[in-house]
Ligand binder design. Structure first.
Ligand SMILES: O=C(O)CCC(=O)C(=O)O
Ligand SMILES: [Fe+2]
Length: 216
């Protein structure tokens, strides 16, 4: 359910869930703003409110229902992808099944492996999106993830995607580039990216290939 404004949400979202979904979305927006400030501030990039709003101005709340599957090894719930947005807030129930791939180029024992993000009661999972990877000049990685189903229990997850406007220029933040000595991606418009991948949000690191082909 895409969010534009309260009136539209109240008119168009299903009456059974619209109030609680709206509340979840609004509370999350404040949290996302603080997270983004902290994450980018940590890289030396202080952004004013209008910039932060531009990065997370478009929001969407989804509701995923994964049915049980008699042969889970023959299928997948959501195929391998990274999120195309800025930050994703993910509420999952207690069933489990979300796995992320630890990148090869990190200094961790489990590098290259798929690792489960176990549900923790009362906790949210936060995904770095592809655009945040680019703004941070690759310092933060948008993790590839996958959802596996089980034969015994259905699962529910509710992600909130926060994303930038189509007209937003995507380019590594100058404060980070200055520190790093080089930008790892050339400028492009988010709309260019969406034209390439929209309708295929569950791509597999396509943006990173895209960024590479745009690479300075
Ligand atoms: O269901 C989940 O845990 C993750 C869903 C997801 O990755 C997505 O909707 O992009
Ligand atoms: Fe995802």
């Amino acid at each position: 359910m895409a969010y534009t404004n309260d009136d539209e949400a109240l008119q168009q979202w299903p009456v059974e869930c619209r109030d609680v979904a709206l509340q979840y979305l609004k509370t999350s927006h404040e949290m996302v703003r603080k997270l983004l400030e902290a994450l980018l501030g940590n890289l030396g990039a202080e952004l004013d409110d209008s910039k932060i709003d531009a990065f997370i101005g478009k929001k969407m709340v989804n509701m995923n229902f994964y049915l049980t599957c008699p042969n889970p090894e023959l299928t997948i719930g959501v195929r391998r992808h990274s999120d195309m947005d800025t930050l994703t807030i993910l509420l999952q129930d207690g069933i489990g099944g979300l796995y992320i791939k630890i990148p090869q180029d990190v200094n961790m024992e489990q590098k290259g492996e798929w690792v489960e993000i176990p549900p923790i009661s009362g906790a949210l999972a936060i995904n770095i999106g592809d655009m945040l990877q680019i703004w941070s000049n690759g310092r933060y990685k948008s993790a590839e993830h996958i959802v596996r189903t089980t034969s015994t229990k259905s699962r529910v997850s509710i992600p909130i995607f926060t994303r930038t406007q189509p007209t937003q220029k995507i380019v590594p933040l100058p404060q980070v580039v200055e520190k790093d000595g080089a930008a790892h991606c050339k400028e492009f418009l988010f709309s260019d990216y969406m034209n390439n991948f929209f309708g295929n949000a569950h791509h597999s690191k396509k943006s990173i290939e895209f960024a590479k082909t745009n690479s300075a």
